[in-house]
Design a protein around this ligand. Structure first.
Ligand SMILES: Nc1ncnc2c1ncn2[C@@H]1O[C@H](COP(=O)(O)OP(=O)(O)OP(=O)(O)O)[C@@H](O)[C@H]1O
Ligand SMILES: [Mg+2]
Length: 378
């Protein structure tokens, strides 16, 4: 297939429904052949953002560009993009082949010239359908009806239908959420392979952070209509921009504890649950912050008799490949991720903890922004 790619740009895009702001001043530059995942909790504005790119909703303000064209005001059919939804909405009475062919039957206009494009001939249509079906492993299913297919196969028909026109970009809204866990994992791998083969731009909406972490070239995390952070999966995991991202990415989530910061001659002192971590630095890393909150991931906390943070074991959760020890520290719950080879502490036991200090993140309690991570300091 001929690669047909396009960058997608959102500049100051806002969408209001009455008084409610669904998407708030969204700025996003999506490059050619990116696999961008829009991630966030229910109601944060993901679908609304995607529908505006598709042309199903018009922004209240702001500009959307696909390729070199500002697409505000253009009909969905004039944007040369394809959208795949969670409910793949196939025509039940048509064969798989006819379902995939359907977009080729629609009259459309050239995105650049605005002139009507001639409908492909039936021989051309057949070639395009066969090409799309072959890419998705559906060649043997072309004469069947959707009702005779599995959920995963139906989802692939929806994808084949989306790609048959060689769109410049694919928009997908939770396309895997109707599949069971095993099929979801398998389809995840297939989608990434498809993206590589098509060399196309994918914009993919999900509230599932595992999908985001495993598939994305970059993740854009939203909360309450606002973009929180954009970056490669590992970067948002290792250096979350704020407390929202820190707690949203990662399972079990990052441990968050109140702390106190004081400044001495040789640097900073971070006081956590009665123990003090000295941070020798000349920099004024927390100027303006009135209070701090620290964050540390469950894999960066160790049970260690020489540790100076006191904790009480609450419970141990066994997951087969690892175990999570839930402890109370100064009235706050904290989770420790361990290998199953580790000793299982008994509930009620008094233990000592050690934080891997280079992985300790310090956030401004009021702005919620990350101020610094200890490992980044010289
Ligand atoms: N047509 C509409 N009319 C009024 N409010 C709407 C409309 N569509 C969306 N909203 C509101 O806009 C906000 C964002 O909705 P949106 O569907 O974009 O969220 P989402 O991130 O896709 O959530 P989910 O993960 O549940 O699909 C929500 O508060 C929703 O109630
Ligand atoms: Mg949605």
């Amino acid at each position: 297939m001929v690669p047909n790619v396009a960058q997608v740009q959102l500049q100051g895009v806002t969408k209001r429904f009455g008084n409610a702001v669904a998407v708030d001043d969204l700025n996003l530059d999506i490059a050619d052949h990116e696999f961008l995942v829009l991630l966030g909790p229910s109601g944060c504005g993901k679908t609304t953002a995607l529908r505006m790119i598709a042309g199903l909703d018009e922004p209240t303000s702001g500009t959307i560009t696909i390729g070199d064209d500002v697409v505000n005001g253009l009909d969905p059919s004039e944007r040369d993009i394809a959208m795949v939804f969670q409910s793949y909405a196939l025509y039940p009475n048509l064969t798989v082949a006819a379902n995939i062919e359907a977009p080729l039957m629609a009259r459309r206009r050239d995105v650049v010239t605005g002139e009507k494009v001639a409908r492909p001939t039936s021989a051309q249509r057949r070639t395009q359908v066969e090409e799309a079906a072959a890419l998705l492993g559906l060649s043997e299913q072309l004469d069947k009806k959707p009702g005779e297919l599995s959920g995963g196969q139906r989802q692939r028909v929806a994808l084949a239908r989306a790609m048959v026109r060689h769109p410049r970009a694919f928009l997908m809204d939770e396309p895997l959420s109707n599949l069971d866990a095993k099929l979801r994992t398998q389809t995840r791998v297939e989608l990434v392979e498809l993206w590589r083969r098509l060399e196309s731009t994918f914009i993919y909406v999900t509230h599932d952070q595992v999908e985001a972490m495993t598939m994305a070239t970059r993740v854009a995390i939203m909360s309450a209509g606002k973009l929180q952070q954009v970056g490669p999966p590992q970067e948002v995991y290792d250096r979350p921009a704020n407390l929202f991202v820190a707690e949203f990415i990662g399972s079990p989530p990052m441990n968050i504890l109140p702390a106190e910061l004081s400044r001495g001659d040789s640097g900073l002192a971070i006081k956590i649950a009665g123990s003090v971590i000295d941070v020798p630095t000349k920099e004024d890393l927390a100027s303006g912050a009135s209070g701090i909150t620290i964050g540390i991931r469950p894999e960066h906390v160790e049970i260690d008799p020489t540790g100076d943070i006191d904790a009480t074991v609450r419970s141990v959760e066994l997951l087969g490949h690892e175990q999570h020890v839930v402890v109370a520290v100064d009235g706050n719950d904290l989770v420790i991720r361990q290998s199953v080879a580790a000793d299982q502490p008994a509930p009620g036991a008094q233990i000592n903890l050690k934080f891997e200090r280079q992985h300790l993140h310090v956030f401004d309690s009021s702005s919620t922004q990350r101020l610094f991570t200890l490992g980044d300091l010289a």
